[in-house]
Design a protein around this ligand. Structure first.
Ligand code: NAD
Length: 460
């Protein structure tokens, strides 16, 4: 294990500050080289990455490729577009400013801190780093201590591929995180829960450090009657039970039109069996809960409502079967905080107004899902609810589209990233106005006598 002693943090940061000051990271070719190196790391080290994810989360190989190693797509996208993103852009100048010209220059922020969570412990470190590198920054990254195999592997791989004065992995838990947060960074990107997000923001405020907070929340999934039942069930089951429900944008609970509820439940039950067999415990395609604390938290949630599928647990294996719960009260613990596990409460509505009112009475979620072919209903949900993002007639897939900014709103986060938005998040857009010497109009200079009328004509 390459653990960096915590007392080294100020030293590493100083080295990174010095490195940033050399200006090397501002060179676009340097950035492109580093992105290619990052791509090499992800591509060449796949067997080790898959093994670490298996050890931490029992992650099936397919899911490791689709949701973690898949970050390689983000790298390719940045490599392809970096030159155009990094180009200064001309800005319009009003005619009265003649002969000025204006441009906006993206420049790197400097020294970044990236704090990662445990649920996608590889991808949620790599993906912010793509933007950090593309925008020309140095970064210290603290992966989650709750996925120790992946955290160790990241430390080993990064020390092999990148010099510490450019990108450094600092392993550790809460104490290390807090020690890092005492330092002054130029930007912090934090992915984790809302409660810790507040701690991070408070620490950042002391240094006036801007933050991107990628948080979670209870993402609702509305199911209307105008759907293809089979596809709807498949897409919900996949999105909910992927990574054993430990996905920030997993559908947290269903809000189903009463008329279709029984049919949907029957199809969900059938689909879960098709996906994971009669004994999901034996399925190679089904993950495990990250640790005992989360396992116990989740099993407590099974005590309310009526379990209509699953509810089986095995503490030794940290296994909880895919579980559907009906007749859930809004006061039940499962309807309070983000579930973050393989438990799906099913609530019903008679009129969509009730569903919208319920969503709007709660903190703004990271994702909102609507299954319906009804265009009017789609428009109404988009207009009357607020969430980080929306996916119509599917789940999770929105996160894979690089042209869509990814982030929350309200309690589900501040700021966004992915694709060009990552470049924007880690850049400062510097406005530059240029005058020239071939002309100098006198209208703004003292003495102002007789110039006010002209000024009034200009400022209309
Ligand atoms: P967490 O908030 O417990 O931990 C995240 C990171 O913060 C870890 O690296 C941890 O070491 C550090 N940390 C923990 N306590 C701290 C403290 N007191 N001070 C400073 N740092 C501290 O989150 P988690 O359990 O790793 O992840 C689950 C949460 O993350 C869920 O709420 C989920 O929705 C959210 N999440 C969001 C996204 C997103 O992209 N928006 C992605 C994945 C997970």
């Amino acid at each position: 294990m390459i653990a960096i002693a915590k007392s080294n943090i100020p030293e590493i940061l100083q080295k990174q500050r010095n490195f940033f000051q050399t200006g090397k990271t501002k060179d676009i070719n340097f950035r492109l080289e580093q992105l290619k190196k990052l791509k090499e790391l992800v591509t060449n080290e796949q067997p080790l990455i898959i093994k670490a994810l298996k050890a931490d989360l029992h992650k099936p190989e397919f899911e490791a490729y689709a949701t973690e190693i898949g970050a390689v797509k983000e790298i390719s996208y940045a490599i392809k577009n970096l030159k155009s993103w990094a180009k200064p852009k001309k800005a319009d100048v009003p005619s009265e400013f003649f002969p000025y010209s204006a441009k906006i220059y993206p420049e790197p922020l400097g020294n970044l801190l990236i704090i990662g969570p445990w649920n996608y412990p590889f991808q949620l470190v790599i993906s912010p780093l793509v933007g950090a590198i593309a925008a020309g920054n140095c970064a210290i990254v603290k992966p989650s201590e709750l996925a120790p195999h992946t955290s160790n592997l990241l430390a080993q791989l990064f020390s092999k591929y990148f010099p510490q004065e450019y990108i450094a992995i600092v392993e550790g838990g809460v104490e290390t995180s807090q020690e890092l947060l005492q330092e002054k960074f130029d930007h912090i990107l934090f992915t984790g829960g809302t409660a810790i997000g507040k701690i991070v923001m408070a620490a950042a405020a002391k240094h006036l450090t801007p933050v991107t907070l990628e948080l979670g929340g209870k993402s609702p999934c509305i199911v209307d009657t105008e759907i293809n039942l089979e596809y709807t069930a498949k897409r919900i089951v996949w999105g909910k039970f992927l990574n054993c429900g430990q996905t920030c944008i997993a559908p947290d609970y269903l809000l189903v039109n009463r008329q279709i509820k029984q049919d949907l439940i029957a199809t969900l039950q059938k689909t879960i069996k098709e996906f994971y067999g009669d004994r999901p415990e034996n399925s190679p395609d089904y993950g495990r809960i990250i640790n005992k604390r989360h396992f116990e938290r989740l099993t407590q949630l099974l005590n309310h409502g009526e379990i209509i599928l699953g509810g089986d647990t095995n503490p030794e294996q940290l296994y909880i079967s895919p579980t559907l719960i009906d007749h859930v009260s809004l006061d039940a613990p499962v309807m309070q905080d983000e579930i973050f596990g393989p438990i799906l409460p099913i609530l019903e509505y008679t009129d969509i107004t009730e569903a919208i009112a319920l969503i709007n009475s709660r903190p703004k979620p990271l994702a909102l899902y609507l299954f319906s072919q009804n265009k009017q209903l789609q428009t109404r949900i988009l207009q009357e609810t607020s969430s980080g993002g929306v996916c119509l007639n599917d789940t999770i897939m929105q996160v894979g589209v690089s042209s869509l900014p990814f982030g929350g709103v309200g309690d589900s986060g501040i700021g966004s990233y992915h694709g060009k938005t990552s470049f924007d998040t880690f850049s400062h857009y510097k406005s530059v106005l240029k005058n020239s010497f071939w002309l100098d109009l006198n209208w703004r200079y003292a003495p102002y006598k007789d110039k006010l009328a002209l000024l009034k004509r200009i400022i209309k």
